[in-house]
Design a protein around this ligand. Sequence first.
Ligand code: SDX
Length: 428
Amino acid sequence: MREMAKLSYNGKELEIPVVEGSEKELGIDIANLRSKTGLITLDEGYVNTGSTTSAITFLDGEKGVLRYRGYPVEELAANCDFVEVCYLLIYGHLPKRQELELFRNSIRLHTMLHEDMKSFYNGFPRDAHPMAILSSVVGAMSTFYQDALDPSNPKHVNICIHRLIAKIPTIAAYSHKKSIGQPFIYPDNNLDYVENFLHMMFAVPAAKYVVDPDFVKALNLLLIVHADHEQNCSTSTVRMVGSSNANLFASIAAGICALWGPLHGGANEAVVSMLERIREDGGNVEKYVRMAKDKDNNFRLMGFGHRVYKNFDPRATIIKAACDRLLHKLNLDDPLFEIAQKLEAVALSDPYFIERKLYPNVDFYSGVIYRALGIPVQMFTVLFAMGRLPGWIAHWLEMHESPTKKICRPRQIYTGPQKLAFVPIDDR
Ligand code: SDX
C-alpha cells in the first residue's frame, strides 16, 4: 500500500488513499472526500480527473505510447487485421486460430440489416450527414432486435456485440449509397470484413467490382489505430450512458454523437476542409499557422494537439507512413499530403506549438488516406466510428462487469441566484 496523501482544510485533516496502476500511474481516491470534509472537487473537462480504473488500453502521453491489452499498437497494426483486434479489445486476449475463425464466421452471419431498416434511409434528406444517419440507425437497432437487449444477460450482450460489429459497415455503406443515389449493395459473406465494406461502398449492380488489396491493407490499419483510446470523450459518453443500464445500441449511438464533434472524431473531416482552404489560398501555410496562434482568431490547426499526447501521437506516425506508402503505390501525389507535411514542418518549428506541445494527432493524416481510397470527406468520421466501435464495446462491458459499478452522476458548484420570492406575471 502506498503512502497516503493528506488534505488539511478548515482545521480538519484527511488522509486520502493513493491508487497505483500497473504502469505506475498514481491517483488519489476521493470516494470519502465529501462525507469526511464537505468538499467536492472541481475539474472542468476532467483534465485531472480519472473516472475509473481500466485494463483495456494504456497510453503514455509524454512518451507517445499506445497499447491495447498490453500489445503496442504498432505491432498490432503490422501483424493483425481489424477483426482480430476487435476480438482482443472485447474479449481481452489475442484469439487462438479457432477462436478467431468462430468470431469471423459469426460476424459474417450478422452483416445484413432487417429489410425494413432500409426504409429509414428514404426518410433522410439526400444531403443528410452520414454521422446523423449512423447514430439514428444504430439507436433504432434496439427496435428491430428486441430479442436481446438486457445488459445484465451475457448471452444478450454477446449477440448485440456481434450484430453491431457486423452491421456497422452495412449501415455506413448504405448511407454513402443513399447520398450518391446508387442502389444499396448487400453484404457478400465470401469477402472478409474490410473487403465487404469496400464492396458495399463502391460496387454497382451494373459492373463487377474488384477490391484492391492495397486498399484493404490501408483500411485495416486505419481501423486498428482508431480502435480504442482509453477515456476519450466518446468512450466516456458510452460509459456514462451505459451506466444507467441503457442497452448497448443506445450507448453506442450516444458515443457516435459525441465522436461527431470537430474537436474529437469530427476533426478528420475538418482537417481536409482546412487543407483544401489552404490549397485554395495558394498553399500559404505560414498564414494559417499565424492565424492559429492569434488569440483574437478562433481558427485552430485541426488535427493538431491532444489532451493526453504531449509528444507525437504514435497513430499519426503510423498513418503518415501508410499514407506515404499508399500514395507511392497508387502513383498519386495528393497536393493535400504535400500541404499537410509542409504545415507540420512549419508548425513544429514554431515556439507557440513547441511550448504547448502541440503535435499532429490521429486525425491529421488519416483524411489523406481516406481520400486516396475514394472515401468521401463526410464519411471520414463514420470510419473513425467503425474503428472505435470495439473500444466502445470493451469499455461498456468493463463498466458493466465492474463490482463497483455505479450510475455516473457528477456533482457541481452552484453559482446561480440565491432564494428568490416568486413574482406574479403582472408584476414582472
Ligand atoms: C481526437 O481524447 C482522445 O483520446 C481523443 C482522440 C481519440 O482517439 O479518441 O485522440 C481523438 O479527438 C484527437 C483530437 C482531434 N481534435 C483536433 O484535432 C481539434 C484541434 N485540437 C484542439 O482543439 C485541441 O488540441 C484538443 C481539443 C485536441 C485538446 O484540447 P485541450 O487538451 O483542451 O487543450 P486546450 O484547448 O486547453 O489547448 C491548450 C493550448 C491553448 O492555448 P493557450 O490558451 O494555452 O494559449 O493549446 C492551444 C490552445 O489555444 N491549442 C491550439 C490547438 N490545440 C490547442 N492552438 C492552435 N491549434 C490547435 N489545434
